[in-house]
Design a protein. Structure first.
Ligand SMILES: Nc1nc2c(ncn2[C@@H]2O[C@H](COP(=O)(O)OP(=O)(O)OP(=O)(O)O)[C@@H](O)[C@H]2O)c(=O)[nH]1
Ligand SMILES: [Mg+2]
Length: 321
């Protein structure tokens, strides 16, 4: 199961306390209290693994180590080790504090600080002065940042494959990328989004949408957010459909109900599995679809020429990126 929305508790380490101590070895008996170590901070780092949020399924309390307290003989406490959590690229972090702060990890290898460790307190050695040669002052360490965080994954893909179930979306993804999205002759074969790369383009195959998806029917709503950030949509309509125009409208309506932004995206429409019906019927269906969207092409994974056409479109998208 893809974990794409998870709430966890984050706690950076506290700073260690400064020490109050006096030099035992020297005649001076001067202050010798070391400072506390810094608390460990927590970072998020972007990785291409879509399933990386799965690590939080059972482990919801994430704590970095506290800094150690300072000690005598000028010994500073050691710093708490920083934690680096690997999250899928496209993860949005909602920090639930007094104000709701939002950060996001958009690139592979990008590292962002989400919880800062507390500063260590100064030991009494730092408070010495000509007028205060035996200071008793010290600072406590500061607390590390501590909050509840919602980690929400919204895929960042260049092209999103959408359509009713069984339209051939996963087949198309597999055709152009090294992805091995499951393909079968029944609806809802794909249960989770799959990504593939075509040169530098990222293609996202999402589970089939149905009427009512935007209000929670089928698997749709959970995954509609994954196309919010794709620039271009490939909308597949099966040539076997009795009424492709109706199929088209069903999907568009769901997209619009989810977000007005979704229907503003550049969309290519493909009448898929075109090998399944006679040419005359294809022509009729294409003519009907052309009335609502100019960008319409018949395709079949068994028709090399049609795949070349898709390749050409992908190459154009790539060139414009
Ligand atoms: N004849 C023919 N069959 C195809 C073509 N493309 C896909 N299929 C078949 O159609 C069925 C559904 O294909 P999928 O790629 O799983 O469809 P999907 O849109 O990903 O389906 P969901 O994941 O359920 O939404 C499978 O049996 C495929 O082998 C095509 O171009 N021609
Ligand atoms: Mg599929």
């Amino acid at each position: 199961m893809l974990i794409d929305d998870v709430t966890i508790k984050i706690k950076a380490g506290n700073g260690g306390k400064g020490a109050v101590a006096f030099n035992k070895n020297l005649m001076s008996l001067g202050p010798a209290g070391g400072s506390g170590g810094k608390g460990g901070s927590i970072y998020l780092e972007g990785v291409p693994d879509l399933n990386a949020l799965g690590q939080f399924r059972y482990k919801k309390d994430i704590e970095a180590k506290n800094g150690a307290d300072g000690r005598g003989q000028f010994r500073d406490g050691i710093d708490g080790i920083d934690l680096e959590l690997l999250v899928p690229v496209g993860t949005i972090i909602h920090k639930k504090m007094k104000t709701n702060e939002i950060k996001e990890v958009l690139k592979i290898g990008e590292k962002i600080l989400i919880a800062k460790g507390g500063r260590g307190g100064k030991g009494n050695f730092h408070f010495r002065s000509s007028t205060n040669t035996t200071p008793k002052q010290f600072q406590p360490g500061l607390a590390g940042e501590n909050f509840t965080a919602r980690l929400e994954l919204k895929l960042i893909a260049d092209v999103g494959l959408i359509g009713l179930p069984n339209a051939g979306k996963s087949s198309l993804l597999n055709e152009f990328t090294k992805a091995k999205s499951k393909v079968a002759n029944y609806p809802f074969t794909t249960l989770e989004p799959n990504l593939g790369t075509y040169y530098e383009l990222i293609l996202a195959d999402i589970p089939g949408l149905i009427e009512g998806a935007s209000t929670g029917k089928g698997l749709g709503i959970k995954f509609l957010r994954h196309i919010e950030r794709t620039k271009i949509l490939f909308h597949l309509i099966s040539a076997e459909s009795e009424n492709p125009v109706k199929d088209y409208k069903i999907i568009k309506k769901e997209l619009e109900t989810h977000s007005k932004e979704l229907v503003k995206k550049t969309e290519y429409v493909f009448l898929s599995k075109s090998d399944m019906i006679p040419v005359a019927e294809i022509k009729k269906k294409i003519t009907a679809l052309k009335k609502i969207n100019e960008n319409i092409f018949p395709i079949s994974v068994y028709d090399w020429d049609s795949l070349e056409k898709v390749k050409k479109i992908l190459n154009e998208i790539k060139a414009e990126k």
